[in-house]
Design a protein around this ligand. Structure first.
Ligand code: TEU
Ligand code: CA
Length: 553
């Protein structure tokens, strides 16, 4: 197992719009991030993954970029960016940019040119096709509802957009496009950034034939058709050579539709492509027959099977990322734990369960406080294009009633993760002195960083301890994972082994007390970390509601 710094680090994701507003316009900004750099240092994280701050019309909150080498006005200036980068580096914190190059904004200069005429030099920067039978070229659907094809009258053709119609897909088969992207990436590397999180990078190589797919609940085919396309590994190997090897970078590919077989290529240990990937299988274990829009809870056995599959399949061959949350997912304490009586206990348990595994941990802003899903009153309180479009499309088609869809949105909407970071019990949770762009979760008076920094037993201090534990114990980073009790619907238990060092991790995923038969070899050990102060190792251990314990021999 090759030792690498990016295997040993802990990454913290900042969604800039919702992190900290420094100028009272209700929108988080770069100066706000710089003002909180000491908070991040105290937490103990090593790398910041910064969601997009580039110039954008914000159709998809910055994931629709109109200039890759300019800063979105609402977020500040390039000088603000340079100051933030210096502030991070001064504290030994690296900074990773969010690379969104499967598509641009339709307001990007390239697209403005491309749509002018079929023989425009930029025409083949994007994917244009003639209509078929008076409609779209095929039945692919956009992730944000409707068709993945938009008709453009100027040249009587359709262009492909797997996401919003204001996010036209780039044509990666065009070598000029690849060189434009690589040049831009090198520009950011030369500015001193330390790597990239690559947005839907598994979708950049489109299949040779644009065949109809299997329609989903809304009548359109999903983007599975386009994942892991014919040239994706070729293009990433080219990126590795022309960009990534120019600095000691960390890279993670967001790979919608990735399998373990594909991940072993994307994140191979020969380091010819990326360092690691974000897979989605553990985020799909609580899906319903109509996809993500459901209030169904995950079955622990499914979660254990998926996470174990990924731990074992990438062992010695590639490298895992470890995440419960990001700006696209609901809050994990509400989703997999208990955001009521056992909120803090279950938030600590979930962190222990995942971050003691093999892989690089990713913490999403607010997860370290046990921030919860949001009691949105009605559709008017949502901002996310995916949620709003799905609401109108699926209620309009009669797939769900309005109250059903609202219930599912409260469980799964991306906006659950995008309400303002809760800094204090002051108005607007100390996020802004203005009117926030999206509602603040009313529970900020009880759940906020200021209160938790002052309380040793808080989720915040537990995360600090967990991060420190990883740094002090190589077995947690490099040890082999082995699942125990695969059939248990209540307990997630596994061991980590490195040489003669061995740890046991036991987590109760229920609000009940459950018996756990402690393996003989751990009876003489000690508890390295646990979420109950008075835990003791016994042969027949009683794990209390959402109890987690890590034991050595
Ligand atoms: O997400 C891609 C993606 O797969 C998500 O759309 C995710 O599957 C979905 O939101 C879960 O329901 C990336 C970015 O993380 C996301 O914020 C962007 O909206 C999207 O790409 C387009 O850039
Ligand atoms: Ca602001």
């Amino acid at each position: 197992m090759k030792k690498r710094w990016w295997k040993e680090c802990v990454v913290y994701q900042i969604y800039p719009r919702s992190f900290c507003d420094s100028n009272g316009d209700g929108i988080g900004d770069i100066k706000g991030i710089t003002s909180k750099m000491d908070y991040l240092k105290e937490l103990g994280i090593d790398v910041i993954w910064l969601s997009p701050v580039y110039q954008s019309p914000n159709d998809d909150n910055g994931y629709d970029i109109s200039d890759y080498q300019a800063i979105m006005e609402e977020f500040g200036t390039m000088e603000d960016f340079d100051e933030m980068l210096a502030a991070a580096h001064a504290r030994g914190i690296r900074l990773v940019m969010d690379l969104v190059v499967n598509h641009t904004s339709d307001e990007h200069a390239w697209f403005a040119e491309s749509r002018k005429s079929p023989d425009n030099p930029y025409r083949d920067y994007y994917i244009w096709r003639p209509g078929k039978d008076g409609g779209a070229p095929n039945n692919w659907g956009s992730c944000f509802s409707g068709s993945a094809w938009e008709y453009d009258g100027a040249t009587d053709m359709y262009y492909l957009h797997l996401f919003s119609r204001k996010q036209p897909d780039l044509n990666w088969d065009n070598p000029v496009v690849r060189d434009e992207v690589f040049g831009m990436m090198n520009w950011w590397i030369d500015k001193g950034v330390d790597g990239f999180r690559m947005d839907v990078i598994s979708l950049i190589s489109k299949p040779a034939q644009f065949k109809d797919g299997v329609p989903g609940a809304n009548g359109y085919a999903g983007f599975e058709e386009t994942a892991n396309g014919p040239h994706v590994h070729e293009y990433l190997q080219e990126m590795r050579k022309k960009v990534l090897n120019r600095a000691d970078t960390i890279t993670v590919g967001e790979c919608s539709g990735v399998t373990v077989e594909e991940a072993r290529k994307y994140a191979n240990s020969d380091e010819t492509e990326l360092n690691m990937v974000f897979q989605f299988e553990h985020m799909d274990v609580d899906a319903g027959e109509k996809g993500k829009w459901t209030d169904r809870r995950a079955d622990l056995r499914d979660l254990k099977a998926v996470l174990t599959k990924w731990q074992k399949a990438l062992e010695d061959a590639a490298w895992n990322s470890l995440y419960w949350e990001n700006h696209d997912q609901p809050r994990s304490v509400s989703r997999f734990g208990d955001d009521g009586t056992y909120r803090e206990t279950s938030a600590k348990m979930l962190a222990t369960c995942l971050y003691m595994m093999q892989g690089t941990p990713y913490i999403y802003q607010g997860q370290e406080l046990g921030m919860t899903n949001v009691p949105f009153a009605g559709i008017e309180e949502f901002r996310d294009i995916e949620s709003v479009n799905a609401y109108h499309e699926l209620t309009g088609q009669g797939v769900f009633s309005e109250e059903e869809m609202l219930r599912y949105l409260r469980c799964k909407s991306r906006d659950n993760a995008r309400t303002p970071f809760q800094w204090s019990a002051e108005e607007n949770a100390g996020f802004t002195t203005g009117t926030p762009w999206i509602m603040v979760n009313p529970n900020y008076t009880k759940i906020n960083a200021e209160e938790q920094r002052g309380r040793e037993t808080s989720v915040f201090h537990y995360f600090r301890k967990l991060i420190r534990l990883r740094k002090e114990n190589e077995v947690i980073v490099y040890g082999t994972y082995d699942l125990l009790l695969p059939e248990s619907e209540e307990i997630y238990a596994y061991t980590r082994t490195l040489g003669d060092e061995k740890l046991l991790v036991a987590c109760n995923f229920t609000a009940k007390e459950v018996s756990f038969d402690m393996p003989e070899e751990f009876l003489g050990g000690e508890i390295l970390i646990g979420n109950y102060e008075d835990a003791e190792i016994e042969k027949n251990m009683k794990l209390r509601p959402y109890e987690a314990a890590v034991v050595n021999r």
